[in-house]
Design a protein around this ligand. Structure first.
Ligand SMILES: CC(C)(COP(=O)(O)OP(=O)(O)OC[C@H]1O[C@@H](n2cnc3c(N)ncnc32)[C@H](O)[C@@H]1OP(=O)(O)O)[C@@H](O)C(=O)NCCC(=O)NCCS
Length: 304
């Protein structure tokens, strides 16, 4: 017998149990099962978290699966993880969890849905198809070794100042990512939540000003516990008023030099939408190669 508990807010015990499940899955799969941002959001009860679905099974003192519904800017995000020891039952647990999650979305008015899957397999295609979701966005994880060849960049940047740069940064970010489902539409609370995270380091959040205003930024993130340690270009953007002038490329170069010079990292990594041709072209030109692809299955849910 399986039972499914659906909660708007996870309590401390749920968070611990799901955290353990995520850790087991990560050890088995070699990558996270649920996006870090969306998981922290759920665990901390933040803006985008909406519902956590925890599946229990008789005879097991741990959850066998977890699904999460998050409300994004223009759409809903769905995450699903099945305990590695219960993967043989994925074909039934998966659709069961997803149907329940889609019902939650339907009762909340429905809308466009992304189910995020890391390193998708044919099983994922099958599970998604079974609940009426189709293949949608592909996200590349790209990597390159450091250092970057060539002289250090001359572009002037300075670190982000929490409390002082919040509003101007939000404006540039939201203008640059206008139609982006996750990175667009941030508010002070979304930003504050990121600034509170243990990995946050203003020294690696680099801003470039032009004509007396913020023109673009390169926000880096250090994954010191990764083997090998990696520096991520976490968010890079140029205000639309300054795009197409070579600034994006310069900011990427600045970030790469910073990660190597200041944090001595041997690798750089980033995530980018496969459809973002302009950004992908910059990264490829600077020697990044696709390490793997993550996928969003998409669909539209009618209101219940
Ligand atoms: C991606 C982004 C950072 C690039 O910054 P930018 O300053 O506009 O880019 P650049 O001027 O440095 O242009 C870089 C290259 O893209 C090319 N390019 C410009 N417009 C393009 C377009 N519409 N399609 C394809 N390539 C394009 C340029 O020709 C240039 O190539 P070149 O150096 O061979 O001439 C910026 O467009 C942006 O903020 N976009 C929205 C946010 C985003 O997508 N961030 C990246 C997420 S990972």
């Amino acid at each position: 017998m399986r039972s499914l508990v659906i909660k708007r807010q996870l309590d401390t015990d749920d968070v611990a149990a799901v955290h353990e499940l995520l850790a087991i899955a990560e050890r088995a799969d070699g990558h996270r099962a649920v996006d870090e941002h969306r998981w922290l959001d759920m665990a901390q009860g933040g803006r985008e978290s909406f519902a956590g679905l925890v599946a229990w099974q008789d005879g097991h003192d741990h959850p066998v699966a977890y699904a999460q519904v998050s409300r994004g800017h223009h759409s809903w995000a769905l995450d699903l993880v099945v305990d590695p020891h219960h993967r043989a039952e994925s074909a039934s647990i998966g659709p069961e969890m997803l149907r329940a999650a889609l019902r939650v979305i339907a009762t909340e008015g429905g809308g466009h849905v992304h189910l995020w899957v890391y390193r998708p397999t044919p099983t994922h295609d099958q599970i998604a198809a079974e609940v009426g979701l189709r293949r949608g966005r592909d996200l590349y994880q790209m990597r390159r070794p450091l250092p970057l060849e060539g002289p250090p960049p001359s572009l002037a940047v300075r670190p982000f100042r929490p409390g002082l740069d919040d509003e101007s940064w939000l404006e540039v970010n939201n203008r640059a990512f206008e139609s982006h489902p996750e990175q667009g539409g941030w508010d002070l609370q979304t930003l504050a939540q990121h600034l509170r995270e243990p990995w946050f380091d203003p020294a690696g959040f680099l801003l470039h000003e032009r004509k007396g205003r913020l023109a673009g930024f390169c926000w880096t993130k250090v994954h010191a516990d990764h083997d090998p340690p990696m520096g991520e270009l976490y968010v890079v953007a140029v205000d639309p008023d300054f795009q197409g002038k070579g600034l994006g490329r310069e900011l990427v170069i600045v970030g790469l030099h910073w990660l190597h010079r200041e944090r001595h990292l041997p690798w750089a990594m980033l995530y980018v939408d496969a459809a973002n041709r302009r950004a992908v072209a910059i990264y490829e030109d600077l020697g990044f190669e696709v390490n793997h692809t993550d996928r969003a299955y998409v669909g539209d849910v009618d209101p219940a």
